[in-house]
Design a protein around this ligand. Structure first.
Ligand SMILES: C[S@@+](CC[C@H](N)C(=O)[O-])C[C@H]1O[C@@H](n2cnc3c(N)ncnc32)[C@H](O)[C@@H]1O
Length: 377
């Protein structure tokens, strides 16, 4: 199997993509009112600089979001009907002039997306680990003027329009893209506290190298976030777009998950970080897939021993699975990456090999139709 990954150094407010040309959005914008992005927003919209200088937080917040709105509008055009958009964003706490307050980025983006015809779906709270007794803001141990510390971000989830995507009955690529039952139980829970990492720190730490400095400037999210979302909301053959590509974490995840991807990034410096990140992707993708297979083997052995269940036989693997919907699951690892550059765009073509499997056998269509009726509640 081959997938294509296009990285474009360009402005996502005006994309060169055709209408209805991608099936999933996974992204994390620059967070309005987080200081590390003030300069970028001021360049996109000069009114931001003036509003901040005038200590008018409300105006600055709104002007920053108006720049993001243009990208959301482009996404509503390029995303297929029924395609899912996942937006990772955190709120910002900030003192502008005299007043300290929270700027609710998640609420402002939800409103903008609804106005564009996206249907809100249940979102995920990404709970980041609390690690310090000195993190609290305000007046210490004396009420009432202390503030709660924000240690979560949102993964907002929307569907483009009210209709779900439809697939042909017994679609091979859909069934091969299945995730394990126990992964479903973990991934489709609304609080994720098992993912570590700081997406967009208020202050950057000590910088040891130029590459680390670029990473700090990028506000990269942990690979687990796009990898999980891509597996949850797309199938093999789909294209995932990240309009705020940064260091390309979404494309790394798409490569590891065997989906196509396209990214837009306004800043040129991040492209080199991406090249560096994919230099050992064959090893990384194998690790990811081996971990999933090993975890499943351990889970199913324990389950069978404890619950005396038989489950179903996986078609492509030598283990059992919990449900019929998982029987054709097929994971892939990366074996080769080639790249070619043309103007502002670099295309990476990735070759994937079936991971840890024997020759696939295919369920007959009657069997498939039965499973289909189970999978679309
Ligand atoms: C939070 S970072 C994304 C980090 C990314 N998820 C990663 O893992 O590296 C947001 C990115 O959006 C980029 N950006 C902001 N406005 C943009 C625009 N209009 N078009 C394209 N990229 C933009 C910024 O340069 C920044 O790299």
């Amino acid at each position: 199997m081959k997938t294509s990954h296009r990285a474009r150094i360009d402005d996502a407010r005006e994309m060169t993509l055709d209408d209805d040309s991608v099936e999933l959005v996974v992204t994390s914008p620059p967070y309005p009112m987080i200081e590390m992005w003030d300069e970028l927003f001021s360049e996109l919209s000069p009114g931001v600089r003036r509003a901040l200088a005038d200590e008018n937080g409300d105006v600055a917040f709104e002007l920053m979001h108006e720049e993001l709105d243009e990208v959301w509008e482009e996404l509503s055009r390029v995303l297929v009907d029924g395609g899912i958009a996942c937006i990772n964003v955190g709120d910002a706490t900030r003192k502008v002039g005299e007043g300290f307050r929270v700027y609710q980025n998640h609420a402002r983006i939800s409103t903008a997306m609804k106005e564009l015809g996206f249907e809100p779906l249940p979102d995920v709270l990404w709970r980041k680990p609390a690690n310090s007794g000195t993190k609290f803001m305000g007046s210490g141990m004396v009420p009432p003027n202390a503030y709660v510390t924000l240690e979560h971000e949102y993964i907002l989830v929307f569907r483009n329009g009210s209709q779900r995507r439809r697939f042909e009955v017994g679609s091979d690529r859909r069934y091969q893209s299945a995730y394990f039952w126990e992964e479903r139980n973990q991934w489709f829970t609304d609080v994720w506290s098992d993912i570590n990492g700081t997406a967009q720190p208020l202050e950057t730490g000590t910088q040891e190298s130029e590459e680390e400095a670029v990473r700090d400037r990028s506000g990269a999210f942990p690979l687990d976030i796009p990898y999980r979302l891509i597996n949850m909301y797309s199938v093999y053959g789909d294209t995932v777009i990240d309009p705020f590509w940064g260091t390309g974490t979404t494309s790394v995840a798409a490569m590891a998950a065997g989906r196509n991807s396209v990214g837009y990034e306004i800043e040129t410096a991040f492209a080199d970080v991406f090249e560096q990140r994919i230099s050992d992707l064959d090893v990384l993708s194998e690790e990811i897939v081996d971990d999933r297979l090993d975890d499943h083997r351990a889970f199913i052995q324990q389950r069978i021993a404890e619950e005396d269940e038989e489950g179903y036989e996986a078609t492509n693997y030598d283990f059992a699975v919990m449900t019929k919907q998982e029987t054709e699951i097929q994971l892939y690892s990366v074996s080769e990456i080639t790249s070619s550059k043309s103007g502002r765009e670099t295309e990476y073509v990735v070759t994937h090999e079936p991971a840890g499997s024997s020759e696939p056998t295919i369920l007959d269509s009657l069997e498939r139709a039965k499973i289909d009726s189970l999978s679309d509640p």
